[in-house]
Design a protein around this ligand. Sequence first.
Ligand code: SAM
Length: 494
Amino acid sequence: MANYDELSGALGRAVFFRPERARARDFLSRHARPTVRVGDAAFPVHDLSMNGLSVLTPPDAAPLELGHVVELSLYVHGRVVFQGAARVARVEDGGRASRIGLALTRGFIDLPAMARQDQEARLQLELSLGADPYGDLISDEYRQALQRAVHFVQFYREVLGRHEARYKLQGGQAGREAIAELQAKALDALSEPWREVRLAAAYAARTVWEDRGVRFTAKALTETVLTPLLLDAPCVRRSYEKPLDYPGDYQVMLYCYNDAWEGDTVFGRVFHRLWLQHPMPSGVRTRRDFVVDLAVREHSHLAAADRDAPEFRVTSLGCGPALEVPSFVERRPRWSGRVVWTLIDQDEEALSVAFQNAQPALSEARGESSLRCLNLSFTQLAQDPTLLRLTDQQHFIGCSGLFDYLRASAARELLGVMYERLAPGGLLAVGNAIAPNEDMWSPEFVLDWSMVYRTREEMTGLARDLPEGAQAEVTLEPGEAYWYLLIRKPGGGA
Ligand SMILES: C[S@@+](CC[C@H](N)C(=O)[O-])C[C@H]1O[C@@H](n2cnc3c(N)ncnc32)[C@H](O)[C@@H]1O
């Protein structure tokens, strides 16, 4: 699964061919421990491709000097899988470790063969270590909470399946109505008990959170015993399987917005909707309304200030399905002047859905408009802001569901790029999942969907590098699942 600051957008892939580079921890199994040996020194591998790799070196390690050519061996599961020579091509100093890029000058790494060797070694380990080799690391409290969740889900899987089969036998219109009634009744009856089970698991998860190894073991146990039971719920399946390689793709977002009876079985449909009652998916809906309110307000202010046909320029960064556009038009079906929407996403498929949602809505509005969809990643924007082609500065820029995946340094950098694109008096609204968060068990442990949860102070801190005069405030959206960092650029009569 890719992190958001690694998603490259269209340009990165289309113009320059580079052999695929994979992070070792995503590409190889947990016990592979890929290691490079140069002489007597051993370094953990960070990422690798067929023609190079990068390793991490602690501050006190013997230096690998830029430009030097070294003989190296690569080990996976303690066995040599490659020997060759490499030039030290890059040295990035970090706090606890430096990252050294090594470009092979002799030989190439056969990644598919390495993956096969890894899987064979993994199979050996799985057969010999057993199902729960590190089980004693996990607290009894977490085990019990997880057991309760498994029991709950298994029980209602059987109950709902049995009654669905009974009504199906009945057949016809009466059977269909009985099934519709069954799912509505079940949703109603299970909402509160499931919420309790979820919160109890989240509370117990604090006992396995601090230590990374323990957390990993508890997540693995959860994914083994609970997640598979829930895969009939479409939003659980899509969120867990991540078919586009990143979490929270446009289809997952559409599930959150639609909050509909989706799934092939009553059990699947009921748990799909139970899942969407969690504060984070339901907050996706409230935060969209919150952001649209802001955009509508900014538009009204601009229209009031400039009665001669103003142009309102609004951008959504990481737009996904862009349901903010139809929602904006619903709230503001007519305007004088012109509204120019720019939708940006690294995922072409998401942009195509965004276009299909936004274009019909804008053409139904009684007001002039235009729509631009840009397939760009923010890394590309940061490297070359002219790619944004927002020669015209924006009156409003909204960004929801993107900062939750960015480390603080990347988040501050992106904020700088967005601020730079803001018109004087314009407003920036950046959302992020809240910390402390008493309910992150479902995404983290069941769906393997990791996010950066931020406190109010951490949100405020993201704005610290902005130019003097930037006015920042942090507020909660009405669902209270996401903070919004609101930044106004001075000037423009605002
Ligand atoms: C969780 S979704 C949120 C979508 C939308 N803002 C919403 O709230 O409905 C995050 C979106 O950000 C996009 N995204 C992720 N990383 C990105 C990047 N580096 N540059 C641009 N878009 C990115 C994803 O493709 C995805 O559509």
